[in-house]
Unconditional design. Structure first.
Length: 536
């Protein structure tokens, strides 16, 4: 059984990128549509063995739209390890956007934190809707170069139709008013030479632009989960708190074939879901989950799997290799006046770096005010902060993923991204950081300065500040890049096209198994990948 139609695969590909999702049918209603709950079941309520045409592993930005389109004509089971957004109210509002990232990870939070081997902290979505339920909400399309260099043949007419399929829902909104920080940043980007002013557009364009958001005008989040509402509920079953332990293969023929999965419910009971003849298992577990599950299921480097006593189903040397993460470097400043929480609304785009930011409110207790510099300022109970960050697109530095446990899928794998190890990435970081310095020097940023004890206006930085001689001292900026490198949560790779999967996202050497998510790409699409994950 092939995929229902080419558009289904395309929509899946575009929605699969873990960290972002953005959509265009400029919503006017602030009501979340929970119609998909008609098809949602706790995994504990499902039978111990069932059959479906398609099994989709992961209900995130790729899995949700893919399942919806497939369900038009086929029976589909979606297996999501997390819960539903209704049970995590903070995922549904702008006010909960920052708090989702601060929650302690007790195994149930919608944002699962993990730390790379370099010590860089980042997050994975663990909720129906995936990372679109915890991200900064920016919706933007991919650049043309992404499609040209992805290793996949793209019918651009279908690409346009797929984007429209997403954008004609109520998921994407057009900002009617920019937040204080976003408005100032928009003007400062232009002052600093990031031109032209492209105004509002969903397209990827060099210069400065405002784009769509999955937060509507009233601060309600509309994530990829709402794309499930476009499915046929009679054919669609969604199991939450369903942790897939491994993929089951038939090895009776010369070529192994995926025939189903084993998953565990929240009570620890194991279930077996099988695909019917000509059906498929589709991995949409993200750049961390998909290569991890392939390795646990016996698809990976032969010597590595054998050393862990994992039976080799098919030797695939590149599973878990070519792991990329876009480096993020930037600064945070404390406002001298009350601000508000704002997601990403505007972005500055060049070929070498992208610049964007968010604003939030922090408890005063989390910051130590330098009273010696600002002796006359009375700090409030809560402080408003803004971030200004540059992202290095298409990093050339890459690393690997390997298992933390050979039996437990809940044990996050080890990942090393080797940030900035390629000198070209470091050079581009230096350029981006220097541009941040130029942005801070614009008139538009002046209102965010304090007056110090000498009467001089200066920024109150929350964390690291740029080197004073950032324009002339290249080595100092290099050191800043290395010491402040972080993740912008757009990691990808591990199951690359033409190395692990073919141009139709089928796992090479294995029948009835595809990977459709950000693990298949060498670069993230656009400034934020959410929209294109949905297209996939």
């Amino acid at each position: 059984m092939a995929l229902a139609d080419p558009l289904s695969l395309l929509v899946l590909t575009l929605l699969s990128f873990h960290s972002q999702l953005e959509i265009l049918a400029f919503a006017t209603s602030s009501d979340n549509d929970f119609s998909y709950m008609k098809s949602v079941h706790n995994a504990t309520d499902l039978r111990l063995e069932e059959e479906y045409d398609y099994i989709v592993i992961g209900g995130g930005t790729a899995g949700c739209p893919l399942a919806a389109t497939l369900s038009e004509n086929y029976s589909v089971l979606v297996l999501e390890r997390g819960g539903v957004p209704m049970a995590q109210p903070a995922t549904l509002t702008l006010s909960g956007f920052i708090s989702n990232m601060r929650q302690a990870d007790d195994g149930t939070t919608p944002a699962q934190g993990f730390t790379s081997e370099e010590g860089v902290s980042t997050f994975r979505g663990r909720i129906l809707g995936g990372s679109s339920m915890i991200n900064a909400g920016f919706y933007t399309r991919a650049e043309d170069e992404f499609f040209l260099k992805s290793g996949v043949y793209w019918d651009m007419n279908l690409v346009e139709k797929a984007y429209r399929w997403v954008e004609e829902t109520r998921v994407v909104s057009r900002p009617t008013k920019l937040a204080v920080w976003q408005s100032a940043l928009n003007r400062a980007l232009l002052e600093a030479g990031l031109v032209p002013d492209n105004g509002f557009t969903l397209k990827h364009k060099i210069g400065t632009k405002v784009s769509g958001s999955i937060f509507d005008q009233k601060g309600k989040r509309h994530g990829a989960v709402e794309l499930l509402n476009r499915g046929n509920f009679k054919n669609l079953r969604i199991a939450v708190h369903a942790t897939v332990d491994r993929i089951v293969f038939s090895t009776n023929s010369s070529k192994p074939s995926a025939i189903g999965v084993i998953y565990t419910d929240s009570n620890g009971k194991r279930h077996r879901a099988l695909v019917r003849p000509k059906g498929e298992v589709i991995l949409s577990a993200g750049a961390i989950g998909s290569p991890q599950l392939l390795l646990l299921s016996g698809v990976g480097p032969r010597s590595y799997l054998s050393s862990l006593q994992i039976p080799v189903v098919y030797p695939q040397p590149d599973v878990g290799k070519f792991m990329f993460d876009n480096p993020r470097n930037g600064i945070g400043i404390i406002f001298p006046f009350p601000g508000e929480i704002s997601p990403v609304q505007t972005v500055g785009i060049t070929k070498d770096y992208y610049i964007q930011g968010v604003s939030s409110i922090l408890p005063n207790s989390s910051i130590r005010p330098p009273f010696r510099l600002f002796p006359n300022f009375s700090f409030p109970a809560n402080l408003s902060t803004g971030t200004l960050a540059e992202k290095t697109p298409g990093p050339l530095s890459w690393g690997s993923l390997w298992l933390n446990s050979s039996v437990d899928v809940k044990a996050s794998p080890h990942v090393r991204f080797n940030y900035l190890s390629n000198p070209i990435d470091l050079y581009r970081c230096v350029r981006g950081v220097r541009k941040i310095g130029e942005i801070l020097d614009t008139n538009s940023m002046d209102r965010f300065k304090y007056k110090d004890y000498n009467g001089t206006r200066r920024f109150f930085f929350n964390g690291a500040s740029l080197p004073m001689d950032y324009q002339s001292n290249y080595s100092a900026v290099e050191a800043f890049c290395r010491s402040t490198v972080g993740s912008i949560h757009h990691y990808h790779g591990g199951c690359l096209v033409r190395k692990v999967v073919d141009g139709d996202f089928r796992v090479m050497g294995v029948d009835s198994l595809r990977v459709v998510d950000g693990s298949t790409f060498t670069r993230t699409p656009g400034t934020n990948p959410q929209a294109t994950h949905e297209l996939e």
